[in-house]
Design a protein around this ligand. Structure first.
Ligand SMILES: [Zn+2]
Ligand SMILES: [Zn+2]
Length: 214
């Protein structure tokens, strides 16, 4: 079986099914708080920081072909808002359910299953080894599914100003008048005319006024 190295019962994500036993219908509930493994989440977007507490609640149920594991993981994920880039935290609650098969049950199943189906299934199947199972791949998948691909700091985060990069949520009245640019150009033009035509124009206007007054 092309599985990873032998499971280590000291690994906090490895669980022991010996106490549960193999009698179908046997149930065991357990909770365990672990340190988050590396890269738990959506890389570069949002995730549970390595070493942060992840609270696991598990229900193990012994069935004919293995152990059905149902559970919930709770942790605080950290990332940044995709719109305004502010850091954000969210309370993550990830549910999962997975079957861990006994290797010998797998052999029995092989007889019934179509060879093609069997090959496909085998890649995704998880097994109990020496009475132990590794929850890590299940936890990883569940966490990724439970996290937003596009996290936002608030539902209606207005993001950043396209012109100056200011965070609009901090400054709801923030705006740039499109007129500003033209206004600045006009002021520049006015400045260049200050000692020239501008005086002539105002003088001419004044002259008109004087004539009308007389
Ligand atoms: Zn935001
Ligand atoms: Zn701006």
């Amino acid at each position: 079986m092309a599985l990873n190295a032998r499971l280590d019962h000291r690994n906090p994500l490895v669980f022991d099914t010996h106490e549960l036993g193999r009698r179908p219908g046997a149930l065991q509930r357990l909770t365990r708080t672990i340190d988050a493994p590396k890269d738990l989440g959506i890389q570069g977007v949002i995730g549970v920081p390595e070493g942060a507490p992840v609270k696991l609640e598990l229900r193990l149920e012994s069935v004919m072909e293995g152990v059905l594991v149902t559970g919930t993981a709770r942790a605080t994920a950290e990332g940044e808002c995709v719109r305004c880039l502010e850091p954000l935290e969210l309370q993550l609650e990830a549910d999962f359910q997975e079957m861990f098969s006994y290797p010998d049950a797998d052999d029995r199943g092989r007889v019934k299953a179509e060879p093609a189906d069997d090959a496909e299934d085998d890649e995704d199947r998880l097994f109990i080894e020496d009475g132990l199972f590794d929850l890590e791949p299940v936890l990883r998948d569940a966490v990724v599914l439970a996290l937003p691909m596009q996290p936002v700091c608030q539902e209606d985060c207005p993001g950043l100003c396209a012109q100056c990069g200011a965070r609009l949520a901090d400054d709801p009245d923030h705006h740039h008048d499109a007129v500003d640019i033209r206004w600045a150009a006009l002021q520049g033009l006015a400045g260049s005319l200050e000692d020239g035509e501008k005086d002539e124009i105002s003088g001419a206007e004044a002259g008109v006024d004087e004539k009308q007054e007389k």
